[in-house]
Design a protein around this ligand. Structure first.
Ligand SMILES: [Zn+2]
Length: 355
């Protein structure tokens, strides 16, 4: 490392434009690894943190703060206890859902629901900077063999969260069943691909309130029926499509003002997976129907470190298109603009900052 300082985009106050400044480049010790950041994705959770309304784990721990939990890069320096298998120059994705202390969940592999989350970009400094110090090599996912390193950054949240959610629904879906994806933003462009992968002949119904989002995701993966929930009566539209069978699975990437509507459209032995973190209201599910129709309603939060490895393998094998969901590549000084785009519902797919 020649320079002891590097560029970073800082959030110095909530809801204020990010400011470019110098950050001290820390040298890794023990189990730590320093990476040169290739890509840092912008997620809706960054908007929540930036607005000061993030609810889980009291984030961020301090201001100024560096956003972005979707980080890919190249290993440039490593601590003395980092094994030989992790080489200088290795391409990596940083598993975002890190934890401070092992607990009942982490030792069982459920790292996504750790009791002491310590997530870059949310609790601690994240990826909107040229260099990022990874606290332990165990959080590095091997990304060698991946051509477009910046474009895999969103796979640590957008592409992981949807993978876990679709896997939860997978055993319910049979060929020719109807599967609804509610919300075709950043997450939707991955969710539709996973459904195609695990249930190639399912009928996918894509729902959004913006025609441009429907169009964007349709170009990445085939959507059999699309519904603009702002322009049409979504309930009667979906009943027309599914007939008496109803929806076999709902992947709800919004989670706000959606549960009541879409749970009523579920068929028998069906599953509803809530993914979106927007909802804090109490919504209604009819209990009698849940029993008579044997409905399952479940939540799905990000993904485990094992699932993260699976996602990268799918990308490496070309089984998912990780490039097309990336609609824009921004530099550090444009990170603010990216956050505002997302807040104002102007972004399509995922935006990635290249520091
Ligand atoms: Zn995220």
């Amino acid at each position: 490392m020649e320079s002891e300082f590097h560029n970073a985009a800082y959030m110095k106050q909530f809801k204020a434009p990010l400011e470019l400044d110098k950050a001290k480049t820390q040298h890794p010790v023990r189990d730590q690894v320093l990476i040169r950041v290739a890509g840092a994705g912008i997620c809706h959770s960054d908007v929540h943190v930036w607005e000061g309304v993030w609810q889980r784990g009291g984030a961020p721990e301090k201001l100024p703060h560096i956003l972005s939990h979707e980080i890919s890069g190249t290993v440039v320096e490593k601590g003395e206890d980092v094994p030989e298998t992790i080489k200088i120059g290795s391409k990596v994705l940083v598993y975002a859902w890190q934890w401070k202390f092992d607990d009942h969940y982490t030792v069982r592999g459920l790292t996504n629901v750790a009791n002491t989350p310590s997530v870059p970009g949310i609790n601690i400094d994240g990826g909107f900077q040229e260099y990022f110090l990874v606290s332990h090599y165990k959080y590095l996912i091997d990304a060698n063999g991946i051509d477009d390193l910046p474009a895999i950054a969103p796979l640590s949240c957008g592409g992981l969260t949807t993978y876990r959610a679709v896997k939860k629904a997978a055993s319910y879906i049979e060929p020719d069943d109807f599967v609804a994806v509610v919300g075709l933003g950043g997450l939707g462009s991955y969710a539709v691909q996973y459904i195609r992968l695990i249930a190639p002949f399912a009928n996918i119904i894509g729902i959004d309130t913006r025609d441009e989002s429907i169009e964007f995701v349709s170009k990445i993966s085939r959507i059999d029926h699309s519904v603009n929930a702002k322009k049409t009566d979504v309930s009667s539209e979906i009943k027309k499509i599914t007939g008496r069978r109803g929806l076999k699975a709902v992947i709800d990437l919004v989670g706000k003002g959606t549960l009541t509507t879409y749970s009523d459209l579920m068929g028998k032995e069906s599953i509803y997976v809530i993914v979106g973190l927007m909802g804090t209201d109490r919504e209604q599910i009819t209990s009698l129907n849940t029993v008579l129709f044997e409905k399952t309603v479940t939540g799905s939060y990000v993904g485990t470190i094992g699932e993260q490895m699976e996602v990268i393998n799918l990308a490496r094998k070309g089984l998912i298109d990780y490039r097309s969901p990336v609609s824009r590549r921004l530099n550090l000084s444009e990170a603010s603009e990216g956050i505002l785009n997302l807040e104002n519902q102007k972004a399509l797919g995922r935006q990635v900052v290249i520091p």
